[in-house]
Ligand binder design. Structure first.
Ligand SMILES: Nc1ncnc2c1ncn2[C@@H]1O[C@H](COP(=O)(O)OP(=O)(O)OP(=O)(O)O)[C@@H](O)[C@H]1O
Ligand SMILES: [Mg+2]
Length: 489
């Protein structure tokens, strides 16, 4: 019993179960037999009626002959021969009030059953047939039928045994025939179903079982047999489902491994950053004016890096902290992005801002900084790829404006633009072009942070280079509060 198996699975595996083919075979035989029984019931009744009518027809002819001869002229031996050929003990004909006994030999003392063939109903014929089959063998019957030459009726007295024997033979033949027919039909149905349905279904189930054991192995994905019917559709859908699952699982385990690696890196990076902070602290005490200009910036960047490592570690996992939002003046934030990228008036890449005067964004400062940094670093890398750079041609532009309760921010560049291949799953993790040598996380992180603020991010079509536009809506609570304020005013 492996880990995934339940007690029920094991129990079912041990118990021998008829497969689908076995069940189908048994059912087909059963159904054909039922059909044969339905045919047998009226045919046995019909057989009996015909048999008796045959005897009556012979008796009819005999009656004509015997009646034509002057009475007593028919020799005893001839009469006996005629009766034997009919299989009767006596033949009688009623005419008016008289009853002519046309021939008689060893008459039985009594008759056990009277059968009137002049009016036969189909249901009585059926019941009578089954009665006849199970009557005692020695019974004698009187069969009554229409008489020739204006006679009222013709009757035959005879043993029932020959009729019973004929009926049993007929039944045995039907039984044999139905066995043969059901055998042939079942075999045909069985093989047809086996090749058309069971075998492909078996292939699918076997594949599912194998896939379940190793869902991450792409070799286990079912290969399509190219059929056009429902089985073909099932195979194609299953293959699509399996490859989705396999790649999802593959990504999941990669992410899990990566998560652990990130936690480790984060942990030790924090320690390393702390010592860097110590050195920059000492550095800031040097009187050099250039050092005095850059040291505070370096300190701030290090502090931010340490805090970031700290929160990621304590919050755990890959998920971001919910944004701690407050009103942020946008201009200084953008300046910090430029400083972090190391861009100034002498850089070979131009930095242009076009920000609405006094624009305030309602956001988490650190997170908004990370969004802007990821987007502008991508722009920077895209421009850098076209070195040597020229600050008049290679530019990064940041724009910001308020539209009602939403702040719209754009980061654009005059670079080569986002490659067509990268556009489809741009904001998904690990989608990177080989050229950048990045991890493909930058845009995924930016998108996650923007969405955490209730905003949207997208690549704007039809611009020179690449333009990313994202929105940061004011918090809903704030809107309500503002409405209340207005109402109070
Ligand atoms: N401004 C841009 N110009 C051209 N291509 C871009 C631009 N921004 C993103 N891209 C394309 O989108 C891809 C994904 O970007 P993303 O920031 O997610 O990953 P990355 O930059 O490759 O790696 P990371 O940011 O994790 O170091 C990039 O590899 C690049 O091909
Ligand atoms: Mg990037």
């Amino acid at each position: 019993m492996t880990n995934g198996d339940t007690v029920q699975d094991v129990w079912q595996a041990r118990r021998p179960r008829p497969g689908l083919s076995g069940k189908l075979l048994a059912l087909t035989i059963l159904f054909v037999m039922i059909a044969e029984v339905l045919i047998y019931v009226p045919s046995i009744a019909n057989f009996r009626v015909n048999w008796l009518n045959d005897r009556l027809a012979s008796a009819h002819t005999a009656a004509l002959v015997l009646d034509a001869a002057p009475s007593g002229m028919v020799p005893e031996s001839l009469a006996r021969q005629i009766l034997d050929s009919i299989g009767a003990r006596a033949v009688a004909m009623k005419m008016g009030n008289e009853r002519h006994l046309l021939a008689a030999s060893d008459m039985p003392p009594s008759v056990d059953r009277n059968i009137d063939m002049r009016e036969v109903m189909w249901w009585t014929a059926i019941f009578d047939a089954f009665d006849t089959l199970f009557d005692p063998v020695e019974w004698v019957i009187r069969v009554i039928g229409p008489a020739p030459k204006g006679g009222e009726f013709l009757e035959i007295v005879m043993d029932q045994a020959p009729l019973q024997l004929a009926m049993w033979r007929f039944s045995a033949n039907i039984l044999l025939l139905s066995l043969i027919i059901s055998g042939i039909t079942a075999t045909l149905v069985y093989f047809t179903l086996h090749y058309v349905l069971i075998r492909p279904m078996h292939r699918i189930t076997a594949n599912m079982v194998a896939f379940r054991k190793e869902p991450e192995n792409p070799a286990r994905i079912i290969a399509s047999s190219g059929r056009n019917d429902e089985i073909g559709t099932a195979e194609r859908e299953l293959a699509a489902m399996q490859s989705d699952l396999a790649s999802t699982l593959h990504n999941k385990s990669r992410l899990a491994a990566l998560g652990l690696a990130v936690s480790k890196i984060n942990h030790d990076l924090r320690n390393l950053l702390a010592s860097a902070q110590l050195f920059s602290d000492r550095l800031s005490s040097l009187p050099d004016p250039r050092v005095q200009q850059f040291a505070p910036k370096l300190m701030r960047a290090l502090e931010r890096a340490i805090a970031f490592c700290q929160t990621t570690l304590s919050y755990g996992g890959a998920q971001e902290m919910p944004p701690a939002r407050k009103p942020i003046p946008f201009d200084p934030l953008v300046d910090e992005v430029r400083d972090t990228l190391g861009l100034d008036a002498e850089s070979r890449i131009g930095w242009i801002t076009s920000i609405e005067r006094g624009l305030i964004v309602d956001a988490d400062y650190e997170q908004l900084l990370r969004v802007l940094l990821n987007l502008s670093r991508n722009a920077y890398q895209a421009l850098e790829s076209r070195a040597p750079n020229d600050r008049l041609r290679d530019q990064i532009r940041v724009t910001g404006r308020r539209e009602g309760a939403v702040v719209v921010i754009e980061i654009s560049d005059t670079g080569p633009g986002v490659p067509v291949k990268a556009r489809e799953r741009l904001f998904e993790a690990f989608q990177t072009s080989a050229r950048t040598g990045g991890t493909g996380l930058g845009l995924a992180i930016a998108a996650e942070l923007v969405r955490a603020h209730g905003g949207e991010i997208r690549l704007v079509d039809g611009t020179i280079g690449a333009t990313f536009r994202f929105t940061v809506p004011d918090t809903a609570v704030k809107l309500d509060a503002r409405r209340n304020e207005r109402a109070r005013a």
